[in-house]
Ligand binder design. Sequence first.
Ligand code: ATP
Length: 677
Amino acid sequence: MSNSFELTPVEKDVTQLAVCVRGGCKVYGRGVNAATVLKSIDLNVPTGAIYGLLGASGCGKTTLLSCIMGLKNLSSGDIWVLGGPPSLKNGNKIGYMPQQISLCEGFTIRESMTYFGWLAGLSSEKIEERAHFLMRLLDMPPIDSTIGNLSGGQQRRVSFATALLHEPELLILDEPTVGLDPILRESIWTYLLELTTNKSVTIILTTHYIDEAHRADVIGLMRNGVIISEEAPQQLLTKFRVNTLEEVFYRIIITKTEPSVTKRLRFPQTARETTTSNGPALNKHVLKALVWKNFLWMWKNIITIVSIFVLPIASVFVFGSCIGRSPTGLTVAIVNRETEVRTCDLLACHDKSLSCHFLRYLDRKALNLVYYDSEDEAIWAVRNGTLYASIVIKENYTESIEYRLRNRDVADFLIDQSTIDVFCDYTVKDIVMYLKKYIYTSFADFIGDYLEACEISRETVAVPLRFNGPIYGQSDPNMTDFANPGVILTLAFFMAAALTAGITLIERKEGVLERTMVMGVTNLEIAMGHFVCQFGLMLLQSMTPLLVLFYFFELTLNGSVANVITLTVFSGFCGMCAGLSISSNFEEERTAAYVLLGMFLPFVLLTGMLWPIEGMHPFLRFFTSFLPLTIPAESMRSVLQRGWGLSRPTVYNGLIVINVWALIFLGISYLGLKFRR
Ligand SMILES: Nc1ncnc2c1ncn2[C@@H]1O[C@H](COP(=O)(O)OP(=O)(O)OP(=O)(O)O)[C@@H](O)[C@H]1O
C-alpha cells in the first residue's frame, strides 16, 4: 500500500492535479422539482494516485463522476480534468466503468472489445493483444462468449476490461469490485496499484467496501453532495484517533461529525480557455466503429429489424385491400308490382316489361337483389337493419315511363307511376353514396339503351350538363388514389421515426451510449453513425410500400418515379430526424412509443389523407399547412396524378417543407441533448 501522496494544497497550481473541482454544484430539474445533488464540491485528485470516493448511497458520487467525464455539466463551479476543462474529447485518455454493465448484451466479448478499441483508435491487432492480456488478468470467460449469457460477476469483469482496454491516463471506476469474489478483488487491486505505480495512471473509484478503501492513496468522504474530507487513509485514522476506516466512515457519514473543510479556489479563466480541445468534427476510426457496431446490432436483432421492415408492407396491403374499393354484395329489397317476370333478354323498343330490364341492369355486379311481395315488408327489412335499401316499382311502370318519355304534358298520376321509389338506410354514408350512384348510373344506362333501341338519342333525357374527360386524374376517381400520397409519406415518416427512436433509446438504456460518449465520441458522430446505418434501412422501408402499391394495387403514376422516390426518401429522412428528437428528449421507450402514437392519428387526420383539407375548420386548415406532411402529401399527389415535376411550386414546396422540418427536428434533438447534460 502506498500512502506517499501528500494532498496537493488547494492554493497550488491546479494543473498539477489530474482532476480538480472547485465549488461544483449540480442541480437536477427546475423550479419546484429542482434537486441540488452536488453542493459546492471541492475535489483534488493528484496525478498517479488512487482516489477512493466514499459516501452513503445517493450522496452524489455517480453524478460527480459524470461531471468529471463531461457527460453532465455542472450547474455552477469549475472542473479541471487532465490539464483542461472536462471535455468528451478527453475520451481516449479516460477509461470508464459504470455501475451498470453498459455493453451491448447481444455482442460477444470480442465484438464489444473491437467496438471500444476502434473507438479509441486501436488497431485490430492491438485490440486482440490487449483483450487476451486482460482476459488472463481478469480470468474472463472465452472471448467469443455472448455478454448477455455471462454471470453478473463475469459481465462486470468484461466491463472492467473494456475500461482498461485502451490504457487510459485516468480510470474512473464506479463500484468496480461489486459482485466479485475476494480473490478476483485482490487481483484487481493489485493491478490498479501497479497501474498507478508503474504507469502513473490516475484512478478515481467509488466503493461501498470500506475495507478495500484503505488501499487508496486519498479518500474523499462525501456526504449530501459535499466532499467533507480528503485525506490519506492513515491521516484519517490519526485524525479521528480510531483503528479502522469503518469507524471513520461511521463517525463522518453516519454521526455527521464535522471535519475541517477545504478552502475554495477559482480557476484562472485563461487556463480554461487555452486548453479547449479542437479535434476533427468527424473522426474516421470513430465513424468506422459506430457504423460497424450499429450494423452488428441490427444483425443481432434481425427479427426486430425484419418486423420493422415487414410492417410497412403489411400496412400497405391492409390499406390497399380495405380502403377505397367499391362495396360489393349489398343486399337490396325489390318490390316489382308491375310484373313477376324476373328474367328478360334483349331490350327492345316498346318492350312490355321495362321494370324487368331495369332490374337486370341493377343486378350486374354490386347488388344482391331480394324480391319482396309488399312494400311494407321491404321497408321493414330496411328498418330492421337487414338490408341497405328497398326499391319499389309501380304497377303501370312501363306504360307510364313510355308516355313520359314521349310526351311533355304528363299528369301527376303518370309521373308518380313512372317514378321508382328508393328507401335507404342512411347510416353508412359511403354505402348510401355508392348505392345512389350505382342506382342512378344503372338507370341512366338502362333508359339510354332503351331510347337508342327506339332510335332516339340517349342525350334527350340526360341532364343538360357535360362533364368532359378529366384534365388530371381519372373520370371515376377513387379513394385509394386520393389517400395514397398521404399513406406513402406517413408510412415512410413514422416507420423511420420509430426505427431511429427505438434503436437510439435501446442504445441509451443499455448504457452503451454513455460509455461511447466517455470515449470522446461527439453527438454529431453518434448521429452520423446511426444515419449511415439507418438510411439504408429507411430506403428499403420506404421503397417497399411504393413497390407494393404499384404492383399489387396499380397506384396511378403520371409523373416521374424519381420525384416520387425523392419525396418518399425525404419524408423518411424527416422521420429519422423526428425519431432522433424524440429519443434525445425522452428517456423511456414507452414514452417515445406514446409520443409516436399520439402524433400518428393527428398526422393522418390533418394531412388531408382521409378527408380534403378544404373541408376542415378554417383555423385547422391554416394550422395543418404547417405540419411536416400536409404540403408534401399535396406535392406527391401532384406528381402521381397530375404528372407535375420539380419545377412546379406545389412540388418543390413539399420538399422545402419536409427539409425545414428535418432541420427543426435536428434542432430539437440538439437542444434535448444539451439540456440533458
Ligand atoms: N437524472 C437525474 N435526475 C434527477 N435526479 C437524479 C438524476 N440522477 C441522479 N439523481 C439523484 O441524485 C442523487 C445522487 O445520485 P447519484 O447516482 O449521484 O448517487 P450515488 O452516490 O452514486 O449513489 P449510489 O452509491 O447508490 O450509486 C440521488 O438522489 C438521485 O436520485
